[in-house]
Design a protein around this ligand. Sequence first.
Ligand code: ADP
Ligand code: ADP
Ligand code: MG
Length: 464
Amino acid sequence: MTRGNIKKLLIANRGEIAVRIIRAARDLGIATVQVHSDADTESRAVRLADEAVNIGPPAAAKSYLNVPAILKAARDTGADAVHPGYGFLAENADFADAVAAAGLVFVGPSGDTIRLMGDKAAARAEAKKANVPTVPGSDGIIEDMDAAALLADEIGFPVMIKAAAGGGGRGIRIANDAAEFRTLAPQASSEAKAAFGDGGIYIEKVIERARHIEVQVLGDGGDAVHFFERECSLQRRRQKVWEEAPSIALKDSVREQLCTAAVALTKAVRYKGAGTIEFLYDDESGAFYFIEMNTRIQVEHPVTEMICGVDLVADMISIAGGEKLKVDQSQISRSGHAIEVRLNAEDPANNFMPFPGVVGEMLAPDGPGVRFDHMLYPGYAVPPFYDSLLGKLIVWAEDRDKALMRLGRALDELKIEGLPTTAPLFQALLESDDIRTSTVHTRWLEPWLAENLDLIRQKGGSVT
Ligand code: ADP
Ligand code: ADP
Ligand code: MG
């Protein structure tokens, strides 16, 4: 792919994803502008970018979410496009519109597409229209609590109460019976209103012991393709901590159905850019259910890049720049197995307490099949104001067993002094038989953590 008509890209994000986007831009011959808060003047992304512009104080509301300041930085530097990364403004339809109204290219789908698919209740309706199976639940937003309580009873408890505007594992409640539902539903709505500015809630049946399996898609506004699936069942508080591709739970016939459904939905909404269609998969019945679409690049995109040999971030920039897809589905293939683990500045032996601090000595793993996408350097002070993700360690090998061996090797090489990270958690997980065989589901990790605290400590948790 080429850069299309983009010459200078402003990165409206920070951390490891900002570094990732700068690299993709460079590879395409595009100049970069990194906006940053007062807390990020020394960030790796600021050091790597061609230009940097301070857009405000540390609080995200005053900097990374400050739309006028971001647009002014674009104007002042002559940037012609904006990449939102993930989190922050990435799924904010009004931001996408504001970028376009300022005469700039938004690297992602249109504001209207974000509005349609970013609202999780609206996206369910689109999925149904495209004949993609959804989790049994309400049709759209709950307007009437009495009707919703009846429906919940009909679906069968437990049910999930979800915020239509939720994300990042937030805005989800489980009701085990009708009484709980009556208390939790109004609470969930007012909490969603406070957290996301939108009190819309909907309900879904709880799919027990499900796997989280998602499909990477890429569309150019007309045509669309998939890059197979990612298995993201290892979660804590509904946030992914370990992702892999492919999912060894899928037979080829099911994989084909899942990926075809994802492409059908992508085409149905004339999607433009990189996106992810998330599903729950029930091992026992072989059924899958759409849960949501993320209209942006995802944290775990590298595992797909490793098995498909593609650069998804470059591709989404090219498409935003006006290019059409250059491959059809038959030209996309995968090989081997990739695993990603999320390195956070958190202490896994101490209830994952966030632990910002100064990086001391560090040794980054490398060698065959190892990729480390991160924001660190020795002496870097991790600011306390943002998400604790420091980076992702990704390994690739010919098969899953070899990838697990390689992950162990890479984690052994990794040394980060000065602050705790989640690395000991992954070393401990590598000793689990269920991990070896991938006999997991989305509720597997939390009880395992409670039972294996000593093992995590032994691997170095709480030691800095
Ligand atoms: P978010 O927008 O926060 O990512 P999702 O709807 O994608 O929310 O759900 C996040 C996680 O919550 C899923 O990966 C899964 O672990 C769990 N989950 C969501 N919906 C259901 C459901 N209906 N049944 C069981 N688990 C669910
Ligand atoms: P992915 O599906 O790419 O793994 P997540 O749902 O884990 O994405 O979110 C990616 C990151 O984006 C999170 O680490 C968090 O920083 C941020 N994020 C996403 N949604 C929200 C949200 N609603 N509120 C706050 N942060 C969010
Ligand atoms: Mg999700």
